[in-house]
Each structure stands twice: as C-alpha cells, then as structure tokens.
Design a protein around this ligand. Structure first.
Ligand code: AMP
Ligand code: MG
Length: 402
C-alpha cells in the first residue's frame, strides 16, 4: 500500500498540472483572491510634492524667522502665488507645495498675528522638513504587487492608488461534493432506527470555502449502483474541476463507487494509503474533450473525510493560490498515545501554550473516526509518523493547527 508521502506525491503532481484560469475582478470583489499578474505603478507616488502637516510653506533662508502670509492652499485646491523669501503660504496636509517653497513649518511651531507669522521661541527647523517628495513612495514603472499574492485590504488600496480598477486573478476551483449512503437523512430530519444525518458535505464545502474556492453541495444519494452511475455521469459532464464523494469507497459489499468510476472512464491514480484515519481514499482523473476533472472518493466516516481533505487537498490549494501556510508546531505531549501499527496517524488533539510560552498538546480520549463532536472541539492533528510507535508523555510531536 502507498505511504502518505507517496500518495501526496501523486496528488501534488495532479495539482501541479492543473492549469488555473485567469479572470478579472473589480477591486470591490478582489479581496482574498490570488493575483495572476504583476502590478506596476502607473505614476510617481506621491505624484507631486505635498505637505505632511497643516502649517505654512516657506523658502528656507535661515536668518528669516518671520513671514508675511500671502495666500492659502488646501488639498486639491492649488493655485499659483507670487512668492518671495519673506512669504509664507498657509498649507493643509496633502496640499501641493509651491515649487518655490522647500519647507513646511507645522501649525504648533509658529504664532500668527494678522497677516504675519513668526517662529515660536526655541523651535528648530530644517530645510525640507514636512514635505512628502514626488516619487518618494514609489516611482512610475516600479513593481508594487507581485503575481501569486493573495490580496489583502492593503494590497487592494495600493492597486487603487496605481489606477488599477480591475485586477487579473486566478479563477476559483469549482468543487462538487456528493455524499453516498443508504443510512443518510437530511439535517432537518430526526434520526430514528439506523439512520444518521448527513454531515460530510457541509464540513467539506465549508473547508473548500474557507480556502476561497467554490463548492457545490450536492447533498446525498443512496448506495444504489444505477442511481450512483447516473448521478456521477451528470456531475462528470458539468463544469466542475474537482469532484469529492464521501462513502462507499471501501471494501464493503455496497461500496460501488470505485466500480462506478471505472465504468464511467475515471482513471484510477491511487486507492488507499497507509494512514489513519482516512485509509480508503481514492484518487482518479476523468478526461474528456481536453478537459479533466480530479475525482476524490473519500471514506464516509466524517472525521476521516475531513482529515483526508486537510492532509491531501488543503496543502495543495494553499500552494496553488499562495495562501498562508497552515501552522505546523512542535509541542510537548501531555499524555501517552497508543499506536501499534506502521500507519501515519493523524491524532485529534488540543494544543495550547503554557505560562512560559511553550506548546503543550493533549490527545482526545476518543479517536473514533465517527466522533464529529470530539473532532469539532479539537484544534490540531498530532502527526505520528509511520515508524514511530506509542509516543510517551513528554515527547515532542509535530502538530498541524486546525
Ligand atoms: P462508508 O465509507 O460508506 O463505509 O461509511 C463509513 C461510516 O461513515 C459509516 O458509519 C457511515 O454511516 C458514515 N457516513 C457515511 N457517509 C456519511 C455522511 N455523509 N455524513 C456522516 N456520516 C457518514
Ligand atoms: Mg456507505
């Protein structure tokens, strides 16, 4: 059976080969999208010398400490004035500084009487002070935002200042998520007998949206081979990039999905990897008319399919879209963990800092892959690698933040 790393290699290769489409986004909708172009300044910034404070603009001429106010310039309202060394112009923050002036004295540093101003006692002033020079932030033609950047509010403001009202961004991947199982009922129904509420599609769709991709929740269908075939055929003919199914991919009598995939022309890339939870995961690819769809058949156990998403799919989207890496933290184990096999285990746990700022982690008592509530209250996966058996309290382990 494949190891985790071998499975990852195969999955990563498929994501590497995915050609992301490019579209344009208005600035209003560009937040958190991934930039698909380099953005350059189309002007010098600032584009004119302007005042950094409210005050008076003067020509620096050291012996002169008293000036005649000859006019006023506010931001956006520049006008030419006849200025000499003994003139001062009242100026507001952001207003263009007349070419003749080279210094701005802040309001609190002078006293004004009628049309005259004089420097306050003891105030030191220097040539060039309080002027934001043309091009001092960035010059026309300079790179301001690089391709593959996930756009934050500051980036969007910077793009606006450079005249970009639309930005080229990578199109979102479109995922379809379908659960399978005769036992499934709607969330609004009360389970009786052997039925359980569907939870997988909700968890997976949220995980997809959390990474700023598009998800289509196709709810669930029963383990009926014909129905499955019909439904999956339709999905494979739709405009999605990735299909995720849950359930029916293990070795049970009614686990038809692999056969259905094969019948519909989905080429198997791998089935089953040596991890826990989430061993039965399947990956295949459907190619038709030059278009391809990645197909993940994940197990039905709700914790398993979510962990599969976290360790197989999430890291690839993060890389592809330049998103912030998931934190991987070394922490001291607070309890013993039992592990007697050579699988890679992803143990649900809680990580926190002690008073000295060191990380401690405790594993959840229940590691059942059906225990969604326990999973919901955990904040990390403790990774116990293949060769490692039963780590003991006090050992340092690697934890993936959730
Ligand atoms: P399977 O992979 O189909 O053998 O299912 C494994 C376990 O996961 C069974 O206990 C199922 O009842 C449960 N399960 C399957 N699908 C879902 C789902 N969509 N939501 C919650 N639990 C599920
Ligand atoms: Mg099933």
């Amino acid at each position: 059976m494949l190891s985790y790393l071998q499975a990852r290699e195969l999955i990563d290769k498929e994501f590497d080969n995915l050609d992301l489409k490019i579209e344009e986004a208005e600035l209003e909708t560009a937040l958190n999208r991934t930039l698909a172009e380099d953005v350059y300044a189309d002007v010098n910034l600032p584009s004119f010398n302007n005042s950094a404070v409210d005050g008076i603009a003067i020509k620096f001429n050291d012996p002169i400490k008293e000036w005649n106010i000859i006019g006023e310039i506010s931001a956006g309202n520049y006008s030419e004035l006849n200025i000499v060394d003994t003139s001062a112009v009242t100026i507001m923050t952001g207003a263009k500084v007349p070419d003749f002036c080279d210094t701005v004295i802040p309001l609190e540093n002078y006293v004004m009487s009628k049309d005259k101003v004089s420097l306050s006692e003891g105030v030191k002033f220097k040539r060039g002070m309080n002027i934001r020079k043309q091009g001092s932030d960035v010059n026309e033609g300079e790179l301001i935002l690089g391709k593959s950047l996930q756009l934050n509010p500051r980036n969007i403001a910077a793009a606006a200042s450079c005249g970009k009202s639309r930005l080229k961004v990578y199109s979102k991947l479109k995922f379809a998520v379908l659960a399978t199982g005769d036992e499934l009922i709607d969330v609004n129904e009360k389970p009786s007998g052997d039925k359980i509420r569907i939870s997988n599609t909700y968890g997976l769709c949220s995980a997809i949206e959390e990474l700023w991709q598009t998800s289509v929740n196709l709810s669930f269908i029963t383990d009926d081979r014909e129905t499955l075939t019909r439904k999956i055929k339709d999905i494979l003919n739709s405009d999605i990039n990735i299909l995720i199914t849950t359930g029916g991919v293990s070795v049970g009598k009614f686990d038809y999905l692999k056969d259905v995939f094969a019948e519909l022309g989905v080429k198997e890339i791998f089935w089953r990897a040596n991890i826990k939870p989430g061993k039965p995961a399947f990956l295949g690819k459907y190619e038709n008319n030059g278009k391809s769809i990645l197909v993940f058949g994940l197990p039905g156990n709700p914790v398993s399919c979510m962990v599969n998403f976290d360790v197989y799919i999430r890291p690839n989207i993060i890389t592809k879209y330049g998103l912030a890496e998931t934190e991987c933290i070394s922490a001291k184990l607070e309890n013993d963990i039992r592990k007697n096999d050579k699988k890679r285990h992803f143990i649900r746990g809680n990580i926190q800092k002690d008073n000295g700022g060191k990380y401690l982690v405790t594993s959840k008592k229940s590691q059942s892959s059906g225990n969604l509530v326990g999973f919901s209250s955990s904040n990390c996966l403790i990774v116990i690698e293949e060769e490692k058996l039963s780590p003991k309290k006090g050992e340092i382990v690697k934890c993936i933040r959730m």
